[in-house]
Design a protein around this ligand. Structure first.
Ligand code: KG4
Ligand code: ZN
Length: 339
């Protein structure tokens, strides 16, 4: 096959991910997560993440190669998340990628984490039309991106001005005593609740507010106040109703702004990625609102929405296929890489 065989390494947060793709075909997606080690702190602890990446890196690379049934010497390139992310965590992946690239004599491709969250959808739904509109929502970011070229030109239209959407899920889950990470727990409890039970605020949706920016900190505070109020009065907290009403507010704002961005920019499809894209209510609401607006929705399966190595390999393979320049071996890990 002349489609590029690429190994991708992702260590921007708490998942050590190694993926292998041939063109747009996924061959292996090995993930080692340190999420359990962070659970007792209620959030990701950078030092803990770096150490866990260091321990998991080589075994995860070996596991991916074994699963894919390919030899490292057959690779056409090694791609790695260069940023944005936790500095120490990124450094582990970038150093490993350089070592393998140098030892094997393969080209190295440093990729942007957010661009790879977009590109991963190609593994599931085929080539992305360009320009692509993407809503990326995770524990670390909430952005609306317009990508004329997914391998090199990804433009932020808007982003959260305070908490990321996933962060809001995690904080509200903590208020409700549901543990970390909170998104999946809230999603589960919300199924038994009434999304119209409590009218929580929709941030930055006023007439004079920025069109594509998000704000979730006010929503988080509103939920915390509401729950505290109930407890002070000695009343039981209706966890399912709070979860459903909070989730409804997040999904409403995200889908409203994403559809608006598609319409404003004449883009007829929307890609949603990041860990929060796994949210069942967000998916359902986006599906309905996109259909109403004549927009085709593309959401990768949950395992590809959260951080993983396959997305890095997918973007790397796209770069190889398009003849993009490889990175130098002095590629820096850049925690504040834009987008
Ligand atoms: O993309 P990701 O794995 O890591 C980064 O933050 O980059 O996203 C993790 C975030 C967490 O905040 C988690 O609570 C959230 O995604 N999440 C969800 C769901 N599954 C994961 N949020 C809402 N509903 C879900 N089903
Ligand atoms: Zn991510």
């Amino acid at each position: 096959a002349d489609e590029p065989l690429v190994l991708g390494i992702e260590t921007s947060c708490d998942e050590t991910g190694v993926g292998i793709v041939r063109g747009r075909t996924l061959l292996a997606d090995a993930v080692a997560s340190s999420v359990d080690e962070h659970a007792r702190y209620g959030g990701v602890v950078p030092e803990v993440a770096s150490r866990a990446h260091l321990e998991a890196m080589v075994p995860t690379i070996r596991r991916a190669l074994r699963t894919a049934g390919v030899q490292a010497s057959d690779l056409d390139g090694i791609a790695v998340t260069a940023g944005p992310g936790l500095a120490g965590a990124l450094l582990v992946g970038v150093s490993a990628a350089k070592a393998y690239a140098y030892a094997l004599g393969k080209p190295l491709y440093g990729v942007n984490h957010l661009a790879s969250h977009i590109c991963v959808d190609q593994l599931e739904h085929g080539a992305l039309p360009e320009p692509t509109m993407a809503l990326l929502v995770s524990g670390g970011h909430s952005s609306l991106l317009l990508a004329p070229d997914i391998t090199g030109d990804v433009r932020p239209l808007g982003a959260t001005i305070d908490d990321a959407a996933g962060e809001a899920f995690d904080k509200v889950a903590r208020v409700l005593g549901l543990g970390f990470p909170g998104g999946p727990a809230i999603d589960r409890h919300a199924r038994e609740g009434d999304p119209a039970a409590i009218a929580f605020p929709r941030g930055l949706t006023g007439g004079r507010d920025p069109l594509y920016d998000f704000s979730f900190s006010g929503l988080k505070t509103a939920v915390a106040r509401w729950v505290e109020g109930r407890r002070k009065e000695g009343l039981e907290v209706p966890v399912a109703d709070v979860a459903a009403s909070f989730q409804e507010a997040v999904a409403d704002v995200l889908t409203r702004k994403a559809v608006r961005a598609c319409k404003d920019h004449g883009v007829d499809h929307l890609m949603i990625g990041g860990g929060v894209a796994a949210n069942s209510r967000l998916r359902a609401m986006a599906q309905r609102r996109c259909e109403d607006a004549g927009i085709r929705l593309r959401v990768p399966r949950p395992g590809l929405c959260t951080d993983n190595g396959a997305m890095v390999a997918a973007l790397g393979a796209e770069m190889v296929a398009r003849g993009r320049a490889a990175s130098d071996l002095d590629l820096p890990a850049d925690s504040s890489l834009p987008v």
